[in-house]
Design a protein around this ligand. Structure first.
Ligand SMILES: *[C@@H]1O[C@H](CO)[C@@H](O)[C@H](O)[C@H]1NC(C)=O
Ligand SMILES: *[C@@H]1O[C@H](CO)[C@@H](O)[C@H](O)[C@H]1NC(C)=O
Ligand SMILES: *[C@@H]1O[C@H](CO)[C@@H](O)[C@H](O)[C@H]1NC(C)=O
Ligand SMILES: *[C@@H]1O[C@H](CO)[C@@H](O)[C@H](O)[C@H]1NC(C)=O
Ligand SMILES: *[C@@H]1O[C@H](CO)[C@@H](O)[C@H](O)[C@H]1NC(C)=O
Ligand SMILES: *[C@@H]1O[C@H](CO)[C@@H](O)[C@H](O)[C@H]1NC(C)=O
Length: 695
């Protein structure tokens, strides 16, 4: 097979397609600039956004049917009888004055809804569309076995057949590395046990061996078995550590991405199968690695436990980013935080170490006191459950989300209806996150949280935090507006509303006795009992938190602060499915007081002197909280199921299988998708698969 002629028209179409997608996906993602645009728009009663026009008029969006009272709406639409902002003595028959709640969260929620509608409305409904979209987005044919994967996914009612963005992003740079090099690295990466890598070997559609196995690889095996008949022989290296591994310097990564872009081809006809008997896969007939004289490549692992991770991570950042320029904290904040209370406007950037790294490098355990860091600046293939944004590890769905484990599995046994839940924020855990010493523990992310939500500590230390209080604009008030109040004393508020504490210490040097003066070890609360609280906060441990899926599935509201990226990120929208929290938690009290409410309306400021913050009034916005909780739950039940994990893994390994194939440019699916017309019409199935899994 010779090089492929690539005619100009094809290139033009490809570029046009890529551009169109760029506009659709990036044009709608909101930055703080978009945010102020939306804020300044005049709301029109019952207005529709352009994407809403696409919804069939008689079929309301099922996600919009809440059995909630019809107010107060969190979006700036007129509020007929605002429970919170009501002026009790206003004449009932007065002409309807339109009240607007101009809180930033209301606007963030509305933006997220618009983003979500755009996400949801463009989804392919047939194999033809899926294939077409694949080509226009990625400039290549789909990998071999794509039709089988498509059927597998449809049978499992996958919601968005197009959104495997994370896989494509993770694998893209590897197109710059030739297939044989990837195979060589993958075959031997397990050989030095201390480097913390397991390797799964697949031969003739069976997992024939796992080197350095663990419960993680056992779970992964169970997932892979569901579709192993469609996979080529491969070696899959898996991270055995909690911490991610690969940081390719930004300049090198640009080169890799350039190569990937320049080598995109779509030959008219390609083979829809993987190449057999490729060299450089590990020779499974050799039992002792000492007898294996095949080529090895140095993965250049460097050991840096307890070192400042930003020293390694900053290399992966663009030169103009805060991590590599001398941008001030305020400037960096303005990239992803709203100005009044620091609410996160861009969750992606709120965990982007290039943006937040300089600010939080001494405030997160993994960043300055990690128990193990074995990293490489070379682009080596390694599959991992989580990473930070600068890592080039290949993400796969965390095994914890797949296996059944009471500590992490959602169970509705003790989940209550929202109104029966307590107005509390709950958190339990151990002191993980990094190696702790007497003089560094108070900067760790979990420890900071447990202190911040400890009323006794906040009171005795006379801590003050920022909240957004309602502006007292007098009796003629039309809209509810807010202003920051930076001297809020939270101790009493949080005493009433927090159930937070460590269950036990771990990872201290020389021992954990230094904690005795600061923390009380509290009884564990099972995952399911935590659902008695309305507010569930999720923060990192040594790495990502395995509770997140269960939190989203519950009827409570998930709040999330993290520096880690996971497989599901592109399908979860902050402010629609959960509430994002800054890794510094400087927005946390403004969030909690917004949802729970605080104080008495201004004219009833009778308790002056008794209350800690007599001047502060914030009406509760329970229904906004309940709405996000509910959306998150419904969404998790559609896109974070075990079936979704199987579909993701299958797709990931098809893409990986092609990348490690010497003929990777000449294999794939080159048809127009028509052979699955009948399948899509439900003729080869028990009935038409529910589009997007609505049923
Ligand atoms: C693959 O890459 C390696 C290292 O970059 C190089 O030595 C080798 O010649 C390449 N092989 C092919 C087939 O291009
Ligand atoms: C950093 O700050 C110095 C002095 O304020 C300035 O001259 C320099 O250009 C800045 N460097 C970057 C990379 O922004
Ligand atoms: C109330 O807010 C709406 C929406 O931002 C705005 O159009 C209106 O002018 C405001 N009304 C007053 C009296 O400020
Ligand atoms: C813990 O470490 C401290 C400080 O080194 C030491 O004084 C103490 O005896 C140790 N406690 C235990 C139970 O080992
Ligand atoms: C809360 O803070 C106080 C004062 O610092 C401390 O004595 C107590 O143990 C803390 N409670 C918990 C649950 O850690
Ligand atoms: C997150 O931001 C990075 C750049 O900072 C971008 O490359 C990536 O596509 C974004 N991801 C999502 C899901 O928006």
């Amino acid at each position: 097979m010779g090089p492929i002629e690539f005619n100009k028209k094809r290139i033009f179409l490809l570029i046009a397609g890529v551009l169109a997608f760029y506009i659709v996906f990036h044009g709608l993602s909101f930055s703080s600039t978009d945010f102020s645009d939306v804020a300044s728009q005049l709301p029109i009663p019952n207005h529709l956004t352009p994407t809403e026009h696409k919804l069939p008029p008689s079929a309301p969006d099922p996600d919009e049917i809440w059995d909630l009272p019809s107010e107060p709406s969190p979006v700036p639409v007129p509020v007929p009888v605002p429970e919170d902002a009501v002026t009790p003595d206003a004449p009932v028959s007065a002409p309807a004055v339109q009240h607007f709640d101009l809180h930033p969260i209301a606007q963030l929620m509305e933006n997220a809804d618009a983003q979500w509608r755009a996400y949801e409305s463009g989804v392919s409904t047939t194999f033809r569309q899926t294939v077409e979209k694949y080509r226009s987005k990625y400039g290549r044919h789909p990998p071999p076995g794509f039709a089988e994967w498509y059927k597998f996914a449809r049978k499992r009612n996958v919601f968005n057949i197009d959104d495997f963005e994370q896989i494509m992003d993770d694998l893209r740079p590897f197109w710059a590395i030739n297939a044989s090099e990837i195979r060589i690295r993958a075959a031997h990466m397990w050989e030095k046990f201390d480097f913390g890598v397991a390797v799964m070997h697949i031969r003739s559609h069976k997992v024939v061996k796992v080197e350095n196995p663990s419960w993680r690889s056992e779970t992964m095996e169970k997932v892979i078995e569901k579709f192993i008949d469609h996979l080529p022989d491969m070696d899959i290296p898996m991270n055995r550590l909690d911490q991610p591994r690969v940081v390719v310097p930004w300049e090198d990564m640009q080169q890799h991405l350039r190569v990937e872009y320049d080598t995109r081809v779509m030959p008219p006809e390609v083979m829809d199968s993987f190449t057999k008997d490729q060299p450089e896969l590990r020779d499974m007939s050799i039992l002792d690695k000492a007898d294996d004289h095949s080529t090895r490549l140095d993965d250049e692992w460097l050991f840096a436990p307890g070192k400042q991770y930003m020293k390694i991570a900053a290399k992966g950042c663009p030169p103009e980013s805060p991590a590599r320029s001398n941008m001030s904290v305020a400037q960096a904040d303005s990239l992803y935080k709203e100005p009044l209370a620091g609410f996160v406007t861009n969750f992606n950037l709120s965990s982007d170490l290039c943006t937040i790294g300089p600010t939080i490098q001494d405030m997160h355990g993994m960043l300055y006191s990690a128990s193990s860091i074995i990293a490489s600046h070379k682009l080596v293939p390694i599959f991992g459950e989580c990473k930070v944004n600068v890592n080039n590890d290949i993400l796969f769905p965390a095994n914890m989300y797949y296996q059944h484990d009471d500590r992490y599995d959602y169970n509705d046994k003790e989940d209550l209806d929202w109104r029966d839940k307590q107005d509390t924020i709950v958190w339990r855990g151990v002191t993980s996150g990094g190696v702790q010493l007497a003089d560094n523990w108070d900067r760790m992310h979990r420890q900071r949280l447990v202190r911040l939500l400890n009323g006794t500590y906040m009171g005795t230390a006379a801590k003050e935090v920022t909240v957004l209080m309602e502006k007292d604009t007098g009796p003629e008030k039309v809209n509810t507006t807010y202003e920051p109040y930076e001297r809020f004393r939270p101790s009493k508020f949080i005493e009433q509303h927090s159930d937070v504490g460590f269950t036990e210490p771990m990872s201290c040097i020389p021992n954990c006795s230094f904690y005795n003066d600061y923390f009380t070890w509290v009884p564990p609360v099972s995952l399911t009992s935590q659902f008695k609280s309305k507010y569930l906060i999720d923060v990192d441990g040594h790495s990502f938190s395995g509770r997140w899926h269960a939190f989203l599935q519950s009827k409570s509201l998930g709040l999330k602060a993290t520096i880690f990226r996971e497989w599901h990120d592109s399908r979860l929208l902050a402010w629609r499915h959960f509430v994002p929290v800054d890794n510094r938690y400087d927005d946390l009290y403004a969030l909690l007081t917004y949802f729970i409410g605080y104080g008495k309306p201004y004219k009833q400021h009778a308790e002056e002197g008794v209350e800690l913050n007599p001047q502060v009034f914030i009406a509760p916005h329970e229904q906004a909280a309940q709405k996000i909780a509910r959306q998150g739950r419904e969404w998790a039940n559609k896109v974070l199921r075990r079936e979704d994990i199987e579909v993701y893994m299958f797709r990931l390994l098809l893409e990986y299988g092609r990348l490690i194939d010497d003929n990777r440019d000449y294999i794939g699916y080159s048809g127009d998708g028509s052979e699955l017309d009948k399948f899509d019409a439900g003729e080869e199935n028990d009935g038409r698969w529910g589009i997007g899994g609505w049923r």
